[in-house]
Design a protein around this ligand. Structure first.
Ligand code: TYD
Ligand code: MG
Length: 460
């Protein structure tokens, strides 16, 4: 047995201290320190610090002289998943997929495993379900005849010897929270166990070139259960989001050492597992047949492609007390800011009105290109005038009442054209050299000019 030393690590941020204390001095959280046993051998190699790759070379190399081994990416053959990963799995990398219970993590990964197993070795290690349960799911998914190797293990040491013996290309671990290592005494799922198991698997990945896809549970608050250090160790972190009551699933890249993040993959949960949604714009635009007040379509940019979404707003007399500003899928602070801009620069006051705004389909939009559409939906509801169904709006709002340009304006307009919309209100600075056939585009410099165009459309 290697001599071990006791440390206290924070469950939230992973900071470690030599003595127990009530509050973590790094993140300020209370009652979050857990005892961690660190073997001296590991401490030297840098694993205790939560670093996956424990660099031991002492030589200095010039960047220009580094020879890259050609590392061909391994495709999962699930296009949406490959795109979120930045073009497939990188050999020797560790991917973590997080999500709430029931989101479909196990479903997605058994589907992925079955695709990879068509021509490469793939092991699915489950510590949560029995072989029978996995097999019965595979039968339902229609993939039970594939070459996937299954194992039910919770001891990370067994996983390691399995990998050393069978030498698979890809290993799925369902889930990292149920794994435990003999090196550490605490219970599975505790901060020290999760971090130790992940670091042992990360080291194995770097040494052997095996790809590990780990499933991670997410707490009620949406954080990864276990230490934050887990996110630092792994190479890619993707989240499978399941909007409440929706059959659609969004796969979002949070961290990617080999590609862009914020790429969005869209799936639908069906009775035969997760199906890719090739044209997500179409599904988020299931609208009523008659135009209604308070609804407008905008184009958001998700990773490398445009997505058409509907923004809805409801403006109603204040029901006692302060006027409320509530938004779902949008930034509430920005909504309040937009209302102030509309008041100051266009003289429209909603001080005695409650304002609610929502993005339909359970989508969350973080970019500022939805500003103008949000405000126009609010304006439409306030005036109780329905906007035509063939109108699309995008643009960022500045505090001085100007409409600021958005990235990828041309591609957004092309998406508008592709889906048969015939009118668009967009920032002047996004003006295209060539007109878009079939789309009447109004390029507006300010909010008041945008509302002028809108009033023309409404009266015209
Ligand atoms: P699962 O992959 O077990 O979720 P996780 O591993 O993220 O906890 O699947 C979750 C849900 O998906 C479950 O409630 C049932 C549903 N489901 C289907 O609707 N169709 C299917 O074909 C499968 C396999 C699951
Ligand atoms: Mg599961």
């Amino acid at each position: 047995m290697v001599k071990s030393k006791v440390l206290f690590a924070c469950r939230e941020c992973g900071a470690s201290y030599p003595k127990w204390q009530g509050q973590c001095a790094t993140c300020g959280e209370w009652n979050c320190l857990e005892e961690v046993k660190v073997s001296q051998k590991q401490k030297k190699s840098g694993v205790a610090a939560g670093v996956g790759f424990s660099g031991s070379g002492t030589e200095i190399t010039r960047l220009a002289e580094v020879k890259l081994e050609s590392s061909q990416r391994i495709l999962t053959h699930i296009h949406e998943f490959d795109r979120v990963l930045g073009g497939g799995l990188v050999p020797g990398s560790v991917v973590l997929i997080g999500g709430e219970p029931g989101a479909g993590k196990s479903t997605l990964l058994i589907q992925m495993a079955s695709e990879i197993a068509r021509d490469l070795g793939c092991v699915y290690v489950s510590g949560e379900e029995s072989i029978q349960q996995i097999a019965s799911r595979a039968i339902r998914l229609g993939i039970s005849d594939r070459e996937v190797q299954l194992a039910t293990l919770t001891d990370v040491g067994h996983v390691i010897s399995l990998v050393e013996h069978t030498k698979p290309t890809v290993v799925v671990v369902d889930s990292i929270q149920v794994m435990h290592s003999d090196e550490i005494e605490s219970v599975p799922g505790s901060v020290s166990q999760v971090r130790e198991c992940a670091s042992e698997l990360t080291q194995l990945a770097k040494q052997t070139g095996t790809i590990f896809v780990l499933i991670g549970h997410v707490t009620k608050e949406g954080n990864l259960a276990g230490p934050k250090v887990l996110e630092h160790m792994i190479d890619c972190f993707v989240m499978l989001e399941a909007p409440i009551g929706s059959r659609f699933r969004m796969l979002r890249g949070i961290k990617n050492r080999f590609g862009a993040v914020n790429e969005l993959g869209v799936f639908a949960m069906t009775d035969r597992g997760l199906r890719e949604v090739a044209n997500p714009s179409a599904i988020f635009l299931e609208r009523t047949t008659e135009p209604t007040a308070g609804s407008v379509v905008t184009v958001t940019w998700e990773g490398t492609r445009p997505l058409l979404v509907e923004i809805q707003a409801l403006v109603d007399d204040v029901q006692g007390g302060y006027p409320r500003r509530v938004s779902v899928g949008l930034d509430t602070q920005r909504l309040a800011m937009h209302l102030a801009i509309m008041h100051r620069h266009c003289g429209i006051s909603l001080a005695d009105q409650d304002v609610f705004a929502n993005v339909t389909g359970g989508i969350k939009v973080a970019e500022t290109a939805v500003d103008l559409a949000t405000l126009i939906a609010v304006y439409s509801s306030f005036r109780n005038r329905a906007l035509p169904h063939d109108l699309v709006v995008f643009g960022e709002l500045g505090l001085t009442g100007e409409i600021r340009p958005v990235p990828n304006g041309q591609e957004r307009l092309r998406e508008v054209q592709k889906h048969g919309f015939t009118r668009a209100i967009v920032p002047l600075a996004n003006k295209a050299k060539k007109p878009f056939a079939g789309v009447e585009v109004s390029y507006v410099p300010t909010l008041s000019s945008a509302l002028d165009v809108l009033n023309e459309i409404l009266t015209g």
